[in-house]
Write a protein that binds this ligand. Structure first.
Ligand code: BDR
Ligand code: CA
Length: 311
């Protein structure tokens, strides 16, 4: 059993990660915090509400967090995720508004209230909320069972600049705080997700579930695929964030290496680069497990099976 806090900027792939968490019987979702990334934080919180309500889990609490990176202007990804962030399905307006209070403060108090070593933090967007929480309350770092994040890329380069991935480049200073925090960190970078594309015809498989969740998933996939496939010359797209959640459930289906990763925060050329010491040439202690490969056929089959449990 695992208790999870999910920090997110939904985002099509965020939506799949959240749905997978909610569909997993051995995972307790303690709450969601929204961060500016694909869309502004307020919209991210509304989308998170739409997703938990779609899953029939209106009791799961959502809070809004940081709407600006620590030291930089906001940067969104409407070009990839559409006007709402989760375009492709006719989403109902949320019935329950996000809870009051500030996301990072809630993260701090929740981690302090639970026994040490019981909560895992899943970060699916820029790391602003997490960095704020770690800076304000350094004691929570050691209380976590661990942190899992989607972000970065080294062998695959970047998806925003030739060397930087979106979640890191939006707030590189926040990423640097997290990687230097000492938290037990697992990273799902595009090095892994770009090699784990959705199976062909996956939208049809989701639609065939015959549920509203299946319909929403099919619509989101069809929208998401319209954009990337032509650009990257692939038949399907990677659902980056869902793989970070999949690692929490099925780590045996992934491989990677413990190594030291530094974040570039100043070079105009390589801002937001995750510099991975894969060969341990620096002799520094590893600060994360960097995932590189996974058995994506098995993973996507299991995700579909989980989604079939939702209404
Ligand atoms: C990451 O950026 C966002 O657009 C996705 O939701 C994912 O978290 C991939 O680079
Ligand atoms: Ca995301």
């Amino acid at each position: 059993p695992c208790s999870l806090i999910i920090d997110t900027d939904p985002g099509h792939d965020d939506a799949f990660a959240i749905l997978l968490a909610l569909a997993s019987s051995n995972v307790t979702v303690l709450g969601l915090t929204a961060v500016a990334g694909n869309i502004p934080a307020r919209m991210a919180a509304e989308n998170a509400r739409r997703i938990v309500e779609l899953a029939g889990r209106a009791e799961v609490e959502v809070r809004t967090g940081a709407d600006l990176p620590l030291f930089r202007p906001a940067r969104h990804a409407h070009d990839i995720h559409g006007k709402t962030g989760i375009d492709g399905y006719d989403w109902a307006d949320p019935e329950v508004p996000p809870c009051g209070g500030y996301g990072p403060e809630w993260i701090i108090s929740t981690i302090r209230q639970h026994p040490p070593g019981t909560i895992t933090l899943l970060a699916l967007g820029p790391l602003t909320n997490i960095a704020q929480a770690f800076r304000r309350a350094p004691d929570i770092v050691a209380r976590l069972a661990g942190m899992v994040m989607m972000g970065g890329g080294f062998f695959e380069g970047g998806n925003v600049t030739p060397s930087a991935e979106f979640n890191i480049v939006v707030d590189p200073e926040a990423a640097s705080i997290v990687f230097r925090s000492g938290v037990r960190l697992t990273v799902l970078p595009i090095d892994c997700s770009n090699r784990a594309l959705m199976p062909g015809g996956w939208a049809d498989c989701c639609a065939a579930l015959g549920t509203r969740t299946g319909d929403a998933c099919a619509g989101m996939i069809r929208f998401f695929e319209r954009h990337g496939n032509a650009k990257y010359g692939t038949r399907t797209r990677p659902l980056h964030d869902v793989l970070a959640m999949a690692w929490i459930l099925w780590p045996e289906l992934f491989s990677g290496r413990a190594c030291h990763v530094g974040i570039e925060t100043s070079s105009p050329l390589t801002l937001g680069m995750t510099v991975v010491d894969w060969w341990h040439v620096l002799g520094k202690a590893p600060n994360c497990l960097w995932l590189r490969d996974c058995d994506h056929e098995t993973i996507y089959a299991r995700i579909l099976e989980c989604l079939s449990r939702l209404p």
